[in-house]
Design a protein around this ligand. Sequence first.
Ligand code: UD1
Ligand code: CA
Length: 449
Amino acid sequence: MIKGQVQCVILAAGQGTRMKSEKPKVLHEIVGKPMVYYAIEAANSIGSRRPVVVIGHGAEQVKNTIGDRVEYVLQSPQRGTGHALLQARAQIDPASETVLVLYGDTPFISADTLQRLLAAHRDAHAAVSLITFTPDDPALYGRIVRDTHGRVVYIVEYKEASPEQRAIREVNSGIFCYQTQWLLEHLDKLQPRPGHGEYYLTDLVSIAAIENATTATCSCDEVEVLGINDRVQLAAAERLMRDQINTRHMLNGVTLIDPAHTYIEASVTIGTDTVILPGSHVKGKTTIGRECAIGPNTLIEDSQIGDRVEIVASMIEGAFIEDDVDIGPFSHMRKGAHLGAGVHIGNFAEVKDSTLGAGTKQGHFSYLGNATIGANVNIGAGTITCNYDGQHKHPTTIGDNTFIGSDTMLVAPVNIGHDAKTGAGSVVTHDVADNELVYGVPAKVKRNT
Ligand code: UD1
Ligand code: CA
């Protein structure tokens, strides 16, 4: 498909009553992403023009979440799927070749299946084409009615279907594509249904049949067109999506000890021979290198992790961890933590906006914030950078090979040279020169006499 030939329209205006939520249905998350994002990604994956999203229920919230990477059309009130596409009419570029309609609550549709639909549509020179599927239980889906030649004649909604029609197992996924010109000429022909006044998008199929225009179909697995309507389906979708992601990593050479209890978002990359233990969550823009051991019970978000890193029961956010580092248990690397190669972080350590040079050790309960620390430094138990005076954050620097004694308070701003030493319990309020030893409260220099 040549980029720009397809114009996607994503229907996302419905209320989602069954979610029983203040939040619009399409913003409920599946593996860390609002479900409507999957439809937008599907649209982009087939090279759609800027997708048009039809919003209605919770419109402002939906718009604020998605941002300006799509066009919006407001549908108010919401009078059915046909009505939704009617509202988008003005946004459909007549120069596009095909209009593809996706649903905001159908997150599993693959680029591959959409390509097959577009190919079937093109090959048949169809006016309308749609994805159908044949589930074991056709439930409340619209039934596909075909004539004796197998041509689709119309789609009947479950609630309006006769018992014979309800017995049909081939059903409508809701994903349609149209020849743009044909759609623009026929969209206005949709009529509201008597009684409830809803416009059915499915009626375009019978309009095409009456004109002897072709309707092509393409089928796919039930899983791909799973619609999310309530929180039970939301949880099932979460499991399914997680399973797909985990399977991809395992096939790429990552060991997951217990995939059912390993939570990895789609945006994460992991190197071969890394082992992820149960209870671990890996989120956002995170990359993990090779031969790492992560977990159990570890949360990593938006972080870069090198090779052969071991992290036990810890939380890592916005951090950059180089090769051969080990962390944990129970430590917290926060935004801007940069750990050089071979750094050792033990238990109950917190690092924020700080760089630790290669081989530096921070073994036990301590806090480093706004600090630049050299290589092979020892941070004693209980060390704290007192970086905050109640109003501002102040920096601490420590040179290579320095030994910070247990329970040292480094009152920032303060600079400690290389190969220096602080005695246990020092409160360092002034700079310490290279090779100097300080001790006491406030810390003073110890001279060798
Ligand atoms: C629709 C189809 C049905 C199909 C099923 C597949 C029609 C008439 N029926 O039924 O044949 O089997 O999907 O899941 O098309 N929406 C709007 N504005 C509206 C109404 C809906 O934007 O006024 C959006 C919803 O947000 C949702 C999608 O359209 O993303 C589908 O709407 P929904 O009400 O769930 O349709 P179904 O009754 O399931
Ligand atoms: Ca639905």
